[in-house]
Design a protein around this ligand. Structure first.
Ligand code: HXC
Length: 516
């Protein structure tokens, strides 16, 4: 038959329409749940999506699959712009075979991931999938495992953000876990390795999707999820907000934005927020809000290890990572979860050239069997390791307590910090006054006429001599004791100074070995 333009263009339009149509309509979905394409359209600049591999189809012939062809194979992949910035992105289409990840579906994603790395462009993945496609059996290895490999190879080169917008089970759950940031939609986004049916079969336990992998579980217990959103739209807006703090790739810095907040603004209210009485607690997030540009703080993992706060903000218009103890939660004690949370964040900031500021007020690492047995050492070591490897500008400011293990964990010069500032209220010492005096003066106290009075006297002397920031300043452990109202401008001044900081030469090695 003679070919005509009309026929050929009609055929293309028909195939594209079939791809856009996806599979069967979703059953019982809440109206605010969007389709894969609606999600992308809402996320990116209008009309900017260029789809790739739109017409790819699975090649499976088993289980009647040769009768079920869906152009695109259940995932929309392509590139677009967000606020004018290029991104690669994919969105799984749950209407096609449950969004399951067959060989072609998986290959579309890992090809895109590889291109993102080669082109230095961030990746955004919108997940809504039942996992490896059961009908395709071992053919799934190519797709799913290829995605794992590309995510791992991309790590530290381009930012990778995933959103869990529906079920994300099995293989896709691991690919999400290999990304830099995981966002999750409340009520509909569920993330687990094995679904409730398998849990019941293996363990005889009945659990709901939500109990097993909902937002409550992943924000408070596993710590896997960085942010949650009440619905699809809010989640997509969060992605845009997060992307704002990140560069295109590891060879550039995040774009500076004018915030209108003067760099030399005094923050007198810090004296109201932070009580001088060390036994009184306060919310460190109020301190962060007072210091950063326009009070805007993009917190991550808020409900996990709440005693340590992490997130992004701007200082003088430039993106910074904040790591801060929060005395309002468990007196700010560090523990294994806090160490892991901070370590990952430090590595993320370092990979993407984002300077880090710590705000310190922690009495120590949480003592006791639960923490020691829970791997405090191996998790705490991850944090030390992360600080020492990080070459981005690092500035610490000690507000009140910085005792023992907190000293390396929150920032001194020897761990690689460029500037260490302290408030006049700072107490920096290996051991707190009472236990120190009881050990040092044991014999003297034992033979004293009034041991209690002597103990109090010696504690007072120890405090006055060794617990002041002036002691640390005299040893050059801190670079400056500053008035709290100057905190913002001193940190910004240090950041400006460090803008040209070069990573030091290091001995050749394949890579460091992360603490176990
Ligand atoms: C093929 C799948 C599928 C899958 C769901 N579907 N998961 N098809 N492969 N993995 C299909 C269903 O058959 C159904 O098709 C439609 O999607 C909707 O599924 P339902 O079960 O009806 O929906 P729901 O009740 O919402 O439950 C969703 C679900 C459940 C929790 C995801 O389907 C489920 O548990 N699926 C299996 C999850 C799992 O164990 N995956 C791990 C795979 S192994 P119809 O035609 O009826 O509408 C893996 C390891 C990777 O991923 C490692 C590789 C190297």
């Amino acid at each position: 038959m003679k070919r005509t333009w009309d026929d050929e263009l009609a055929k293309l339009a028909q195939k594209e329409a079939a791809a856009i149509g996806g599979g069967a309509p979703r059953r019982g979905d809440a109206p605010e749940r969007m389709s894969a394409r609606q999600r992308i359209e809402y996320l990116v600049d209008p009309g900017s999506l260029v789809e790739l591999n739109m017409l790819a189809e699975h090649q499976c012939r088993d289980f009647g699959m040769d009768q079920k062809k869906f152009p695109g194979d259940g995932v929309v992949t392509g590139y677009a712009t967000i606020g004018g910035r290029k991104v690669y992105l994919y969105a799984e289409d749950v209407t096609v075979l449950g969004g399951s990840m067959g060989k072609v579906h998986g290959t579309k994603i890992h090809t895109l991931l590889k291109r993102a790395r080669e082109h230095g462009v961030p990746v955004i993945g919108l997940h809504d999938s039942g996992g490896a496609r059961i009908q395709e059996g071992m053919d799934n290895v190519y797709g799913t495992t290829g995605i794992f490999a590309e995510y791992a190879l991309n790590s530290g080169i381009v930012p990778q953000i995933v959103a869990i917008m529906g079920t994300c089970a099995g293989g896709p759950a691991y690919s999400a876990a290999l990304a830099d940031f995981i966002l999750q939609v409340e009520g509909t986004g569920q993330l687990f390795v094995t679904g409730p049916a398998l849990v019941e079969e293996v363990l005889g336990e009945k659990v709901s999707h939500e109990e097993l992998g909902g937002t409550l579980m992943h924000t408070t217990r596993s710590g896997v999820t960085h942010r949650t959103a009440p619905n699809d739209r809010a989640c997509l807006e969060l992605i845009r907000g997060l992307l704002d703090f990140l560069p295109q790739n590891n060879r550039c810095t995040p774009e500076a934005k004018a915030t209108g907040d003067p760099e030399d603004r005094e923050v007198a209210e810090l004296l109201e927020i932070v009580p001088i009485d060390e036994d009184k607690n306060y919310d460190m997030k109020r301190v962060i809000g007072a210091i950063v540009d326009a009070g805007a703080f993009f917190e991550l993992q808020e409900a996990f290890a709440k005693h340590l706060v992490i997130g992004f903000a701007r200082l003088g218009g430039r993106a910074v990572g904040i790591v801060a103890n929060n005395p309002a939660e468990s007196s700010g004690y560090l523990d294994a979860d806090a160490a892991v949370k901070a370590a990952r964040f430090v590595r993320t900031c370092d990979a993407f050239n984002i300077p880090i500021v710590t705000l310190v007020d922690a009495p120590g690492f949480m003592p006791g069997i639960a923490q020691e047995a829970g791997g405090l050492l191996r998790h705490g070591a991850k944090l030390l390791h992360a600080w020492i490897e990080a070459t981005v500008p690092k500035i610490s400011c000690v507000l009140r307590k910085m005792y023992g293990g907190v000293i390396p964990a929150m920032g001194v010069h020897e761990i690689g910090f460029d500037q260490v500032l302290a408030w006049p209220s700072a107490e920096m010492q290996m051991v707190r006054a009472e236990p120190a005096v009881k050990i040092l003066c044991r014999r003297e106290l034992a033979s004293a006429k009034d041991p209690q009075a002597l103990l109090e006297q010696r504690i007072e002397e120890y405090r006055d001599t060794y617990l002041t920031p002036y002691h640390s300043a005299s040893l050059a452990v801190v670079d400056a004791v500053i008035h709290p109202k100057d905190t913002r401008r001193r940190i910004i001044s240090a950041l400006r100074l460090l803008e040209g900081k070069q990573p030091p030469e290091r001995l050749w090695r394949k890579h460091s070995n992360i603490p176990l």
